[in-house]
Structure formats: C-alpha cells, structure tokens
Design a protein around this ligand. Structure first.
Ligand code: XMP
Ligand code: MG
Length: 180
C-alpha cells in the first residue's frame, strides 16, 4: 500500500503536532460549552480520535455519515445522508470535525441540517482545507493544514475505500488511478 504513494504531504508527526495545537485551542474555546462533537464518517475518524484526546473539556461525541463522492476523485454534487446522529441537537453547541473541505457542499449540507435542528452554535474543525476547490462559500474555524488542489489519501481519506489506514496524508502515483 505504501508503495502506491508518490509523495507524503503531511507526515504522522506533522499531523500529531497539528492535532495537539488544535486540541489546545479547542480546550480553551470549549471549556464552558459542553459541545457535541460531530465526526463526519468515514474520513474524519482518525483525525477525530487524535483531536478529542487533546481536548480537556466535557464533550459528547456523535457520528454522521454523508456521501458525495461515490468512489471517484470528483465530487458528484449530490449529498446522501447515510447515517444520522443519535443526539438531540436543539440548543447545543456543535463542533463538526471533517477530514477535508473541498467544494464546500458537504459542509453546507451539514450546517443547514444542524440549523434546521436548532443548534445554538456551529463551528467546524477540519484537518485539511482545500480552498482552491471551493464552489460554495463556507469556512472552517479550526484548520490543520491548507492543502493544494490535488486529490489526497491517507489518515482517513480514501480512494475507492482504500488507503484510509495510512498514518499520513499523501498523493497517489498517477498509475494507481487506472488499475484499482
Ligand atoms: P466537498 O467537495 O463536499 O468535499 O467539500 C468534502 C468531502 O469530499 C471528500 N474529498 C476527498 N476525499 N481526497 C479524498 O479522499 C480528497 O482529496 C478529497 N477532497 C474531497 C471527503 O470525503 C470530504 O469529506
Ligand atoms: Mg468525508
């Protein structure tokens, strides 16, 4: 699997330093807020685990699964809700944890859903911000890394459901896209 990677963008060490930095900031910002931390499956799961361990606050954890990619490297534009939350959102302070914000469609969908359910506050923490991919004007409040406009895998991010278990974020060799 490691042999399929052309170049590492963010190493295991880079990511753990970013998780620590963000966790310290979130500890400060959420100390009196008892947030519901919403991890966006499946991509954000590794990042969520690392960030919440660095947050010294009372927090609930929940998961939502939305899909816009359907396996390829291009966003399809349509969002499906595959698995819903189990927490009552009304009146709660929400921290969404995402793996990557690209076009912004997924995040817009999530923010709209949580607003409909009367969340008191909605903030967003993302490992990667691909600002050049943006089609909808949404912003993250906490960002691990600003990532260039290329397709990345690893540390939760997949290509056709593979590579999520890489401990770093990298770019695939071009030939991998054709034969997997
Ligand atoms: P949008 O375009 O809705 O995308 O902001 C957010 C979701 O799309 C996936 N995504 C990627 N997945 N490598 C991936 O493995 C990428 O470079 C990439 N860009 C977007 C991801 O699931 C994210 O939650
Ligand atoms: Mg995702």
């Amino acid at each position: 699997m490691n042999n399929d990677i052309e170049r590492v963008l963010y190493s295991r060490d880079d990511i753990s330093k970013a998780a620590h930095r963000l966790g310290q900031q979130l500890t400060e910002d959420y100390k009196d807020k008892k947030p519901v931390v919403i991890s966006v499956l499946k991509g954000a799961i590794l990042f969520t685990v690392d960030v919440i361990k660095e947050m010294d606050v009372y927090a609930e954890l929940d998961f939502i699964d939305v899909s816009s990619y359907h396996g390829g490297t291009e966003s399809s534009g349509k969002i499906d809700l595959l698995h819903d939350l189990s927490t009552e959102i009304s009146g709660r302070n929400i921290l969404i944890i995402e793996d990557i914000i690209d076009t912004g469609r997924t995040l817009k969908y999530l923010i709209d859903l949580l607003k409909q359910r009367n969340a008191a506050e909605i903030k967003v923490c993302t490992l990667l911000d691909k600002e050049d991919g943006r089609l909808i004007d949404v912003k993250a409040d906490y960002i691990g890394f600003a990532v260039p406009n290329e397709f990345v895998v690893g540390y939760g991010l997949d290509y056709k459901e593979l590579y999520r278990n890489l401990p770093y974020v990298g770019v695939l060799k071009p030939e991998v896209y054709t034969d997997k």
